[in-house]
Design a protein around this ligand. Structure first.
Ligand code: APR
Length: 243
């Protein structure tokens, strides 16, 4: 695979890129949290049935993400962005902030952010790093007293700002997908959109994703091994450099 000075790179990341920072993936290790399937605590139905359980889940994820550090793969993508500028766009399904802490700027969190909450009535997201782990301490809106929820896109909800994502996909010439199992749509369908436009598609991860057959290239391995090799100085100096 090669990247020329004319290329526009669209990167999609999933939980796998943060795995080596110590954050569990969803479908690895049985996909369980405290005996619950992730799908059971990340839905509007779960919120309606037991908001304390849902906040307990996201508080624990906040705590884990705060103590995690960006790894070499996050850093490699931030360095690639430095080289490519506006020809780089990062769409992540992850709700942690490790990409930002590695230096990424042109980034969109399509599934929301662990460090934002929003009022269920006003709907305006705001920064929030607090932990809410007991029923008596669940947050309510300072303006209207409605319950405050995590600013996370749950199963059955529509990912954030799909218009921008599709616009960016439309002008991409290379799609690089890292560490996502290809099981959750619409993200798992980005590669099919790229196929229709004959955009070159590359997957990086230790095992084949479910949508494996849609990729032109599969680079099997951990993100921290493979991504840093994409940005080696000597390759970027050439007008046509190879991943
Ligand atoms: N480097 C790269 N990839 C890795 C690594 C690693 N070190 N370790 C694991 N992986 C890969 C796994 O092989 C797997 O394909 O990461 C992928 C993780 O898949 P999932 O757990 O399904 O996570 P993801 O695809 O991001 O889930 C999508 O589902 O639960 C919802 O909203 C949640 O954003 C999430 C979405």
């Amino acid at each position: 695979m090669h990247l020329t000075p004319q290329d526009h790179l669209f990167v999609l990341t999933g939980a796998g890129i943060s795995a080596e920072s110590g954050l569990a993936t969803f479908r690895g290790s049985g996909g369980l949290w405290n005996g619950y399937r992730v799908e059971e605590v990340a839905t509007p139905e779960a919120w309606a049935a037991d908001p304390t359980l849902v906040w307990h889940f996201y508080s624990q994820r906040r705590r884990n993400a705060i103590s995690a550090q960006p790894n070499a793969a996050h850093i490699a993508l931030a360095q690639l962005e430095e080289q490519l500028g506006d020809r780089f766009y990062l769409c992540t399904q992850n709700v942690d902030d490790l990409h930002e802490r590695a230096g990424s700027e042109r980034i969109h969190h399509m599934h929301g952010s662990l460090f934002q909450s929003r009022c269920t009535r006003c709907n305006q997201p705001f920064p929030d790093v607090a932990l809410y782990e007991v029923a008596e301490a669940l947050p309510i809106c300072a303006k209207c007293s409605a319950p405050v929820r995590p600013h996370i896109v749950w199963f059955g909800e529509i990912p954030l700002d799909m218009d921008t994502i599709y616009r960016k996909l439309d002008c991409a010439s290379i799609l690089l997908v890292v560490g996502t199992s290809g099981s959750v749509y619409p993200a798992a369908g980005f590669v099919h959109i790229a196929n229709q436009r004959r955009v070159h598609t590359v997957y990086v991860g230790p095992e084949d994703p479910l949508n494996r057959e849609a990729f032109d290239e599969i680079l099997l391995g951990n993100a921290t091994e493979i991504l840093p090799s994409l940005i080696r100085e000597d390759k970027l100096k050439n007008p046509t450099h190879y991943f």
